[in-house]
Design a protein around this ligand. Structure first.
Ligand SMILES: [Zn+2]
Length: 85
């Protein structure tokens, strides 16, 4: 486990909206970027959030369709299952 050094996918997702708003400290931003480099699931999530911002100008959970949320949850559960085995 690399919990002390690396952030988890859940933490990364929680940081993404602040990241896109430029609201993160440089420390958190670096930790997130480091995570994104090694995590396809969170990179895909970031891309999706970027698209939503371009389309809507804002990011709230309400902007994600139920289907999109379900798909993301599925991706994360798969990723974390793979990571823990
Ligand atoms: Zn991740």
């Amino acid at each position: 486990m690399a919990m002390t050094k690396d952030i988890s996918c859940h933490q990364a997702v929680a940081l993404v909206s602040d990241y896109l708003e430029g609201a993160l400290s440089w420390r958190d931003r670096r930790r997130l970027e480091h995570h994104l480099e090694g995590c396809d699931a969170c990179s895909a999530y970031l891309d999706q959030m970027r698209e939503i911002i371009l389309l809507c100008g804002v990011v709230t959970p309400d902007d994600l369709s139920a289907q999109a949320v379900a798909r993301l949850v599925d991706v994360f559960e798969k990723y974390q299952r793979d990571a823990s085995t």
